[in-house]
Design a protein around this ligand. Sequence first.
Ligand code: LLP
Length: 862
Amino acid sequence: MTNNSHNWIVLKFGGTSVSSLSNWQNITSILQDKLSEGYRVCLVHSALSGISNKLEEIIDLSSTDESETVLEEIKQQHRDLANDLGLDADELLSGEFEELEQLSRGVALLEEAGYHVQARIMALGELMSTKLGVAYVKSQGLDAEWKDARMLLKSIPVENASEKSLVLSAICDTSEDKELQQQLDEEGHDLILTQGFIASDNSNKTVVLGRGGSDVSASYFAAKLNAERLEIWTDVPGMFSCNPHAIPSARLLKHLSYAEAQEIATNGAKVLHPRCIMPARVHNIPIQIKWTQDPEQEGTTISSAVADDEALVKAISVRDNVILVSMETLGMWQQVGFLADAFDVFKQYGLSIDLVSTSDSNVTVSLDPGANTHFNEIRDEFVDDLNELCRVEIIESTSAVSLLGRHIRTILHQLGSAFEVFQEHEVYLVSQAANDLNFTFVVASDQADRLVQQLHEQVISKSSAQVSFGPTWQQINGSHSDGAPYKDTWWKGKRETLIQLAEKEGPAYVYDSDHITETVDNVKGLESLDQLFYAIKANDNEELLKIFYEKGLGFECVSIGEVEYVLDQFPDIDRERILFTPNFAPRSEYEQALQEGVHVTLDNIFALQEWTGLFEGQDIFLRIDPGHGHGHHKHVRTGGVNSKFGIPRFELEEVKSIVDEHNIRVKGLHAHIGSGIKDPESWKRTALVLAEVAQQFEDVEYLDVGGGLGVRENEMQSVLPLGEVEQGLSEFKKAFSQYKLWMEPGRYLVATAGVLLARVTQTKGKGKIRYVGVETGMNSLIRPALYGSHHSIVNLSRIDEPATQISNIVGPICESGDKLGIDRLLPESQEGDVVLIANTGAYGHVMSSTYNMRAPAREIVI
Ligand code: LLP
């Protein structure tokens, strides 16, 4: 049946959505629904998932053999899907397969591919997938017409654009196309199926719209057909208030204005291509983001309408790997032309500036890495040139965290408590967008996740704007509690034992000895290390120490108390296996440590100047401050001028003259820059600094690169890749084989082996906020209150029940900071339920207290 009115809707499906039979079944039923509602449908889709990457490989490969292999993989993937769909790929795609063979042979022979050839190769991904798509929907009884998008979409020449961008990131006209509408009316099809990503230029040559361009194609088609709606079908439920993989309490954004959606897409949300909004916006066509797996979910709608009761801050975004260029000049104040001269240098090097912040003597700008991929290549020359005008500092490893919404300026006063977050973090740059749609802070990358978490909690989780926010990611993705992703964790299998223990013993830290043994073996896999020491401050439980002792680890102690404790436990221990690494300890502790014959580390020149006699003729270690710290929180970063640890490098010459004069041998150098580090290169960098310092001290045999290995706080976070840590260390070891390399982790060895158990005492509901009270709190586990640390929390008694309540889990201590977890999705908890707080084996029991005269949780090893 042909419907000659113009009620077109455009549906776009991405690569994942068109790569399986079950998704094609969903697509078919979605199409049937739309057609039966009286719509005419233009279906635009991408290449099968992974195919565009393989086509890019073909373009890059110059060896015929390798390119044949990739070619075969591409064909096979289409054959496999066709098989599932009951189709014959070799028959349907013979023309495309042949063209691809010819083009790839040509590229391999010539060892290069011009831009138009690249575009032709890339276009084949969509041409092949849509041929299968149309054959399948036809086989399901739908009357569909395949259209070559290159006949429908024409690119426009953009002034000053390079040939590369004209061909590989083409832009098309966004005006309505009455002729096309008429042609389709005459042809009388209610369902057309075409390719995303591809178009042609004025001379009918193939061009492509850039990776991710299928969204943009769909929006062009919506504009051409003056569609009633553009639906973007994806493998996620919609746009979220922040990255749901990092923050599971991220909320679905039910409605956005075009401007807000543009801002969120441009700031890094991957759901929608930033260029896809404009063509729809020009014609006021609403965009809906829908979830292919579950078409009933409401998704996100983008339109021009904004209701009065919508939230002003809709989302928080993070862009990583931002580079800051700080330009310091005293002569800038009232100086004409400084900015023009400085920016001219950026222009000469093709650097595009994102954010700018200025003061009398400093201008700091940020460079988005996506737009400045060549920065590292030109970095030195660029800095030299800019140094002619001012003093330049490049700050790397920073992230831009943005509050996105509208009229943000008008609500800054409401963000009061959110700004408390910054007491703990250095903010390099603050920028408020002139259009008032975003407010951005640039901070150190390792702080970004935590900052987003806190801002999200304060600005979005507490918002009552129901029109703007839908359910949380957790609520949509399975109704299980916070622990559901912990599939393989040891405590899942010991649930019954743990419940019984908590019911019998009350609040308890439980440690799993098998898990510790496994972890030690993993860390011992760092083969470049000559000796591993366990930092006993992380957990001093006797039974655990015994495991480490038997595994051959040494012990790192920071007080004479810790040294004596280890000696009590293991009286026969070789003293070489004990490090004494104190900070601001009294003289008497050094005396005692020297008598015990353990390795003594000095971290202050004071000890050498004032107690010279004590160290005369002795072997010592020096703790060096490499000048920078790293770690999960400001309180645990132990390098740089703001930290009280280590000897600054400028004092080393003086240290050298004292040790030489008094026959003191510096046997080892030590540095520990902080705790909870996830950057696998960190220890290699420390080793390099120590090796450089070692040039000054001829007796050095040992380099101790400290501890600090981070663990993930929840299942969504990344794990520290030990293999990469080892790679860095082994590179170091190759270059500096004369030194023995030591490491002294604490947290990594014990954190995941421990859980804190506590029973529910009372529950409370205060308006929208629910509290679940448990029998112990910050007196047992102070980390959430002290550092804002995240520990996953599950209701062990109800682990299989649907998690329906967002709750704050709190203890019985008389302080508002007595929270173990905020905003957690849990089943409805009852008095007596056993709650488990995960990853509490490190810095848990050791930091507990009897505050409020409440005994902290006891320790049990199983
Ligand atoms: N070596 C020295 C000299 C240290 O000061 C520390 C920890 C370590 C090694 C072990 O660091 P680890 O591998 O455990 O990160 N209470 C804080 C952690 C404080 C770390 C103190 N020094 C927390 O709960 O996160």
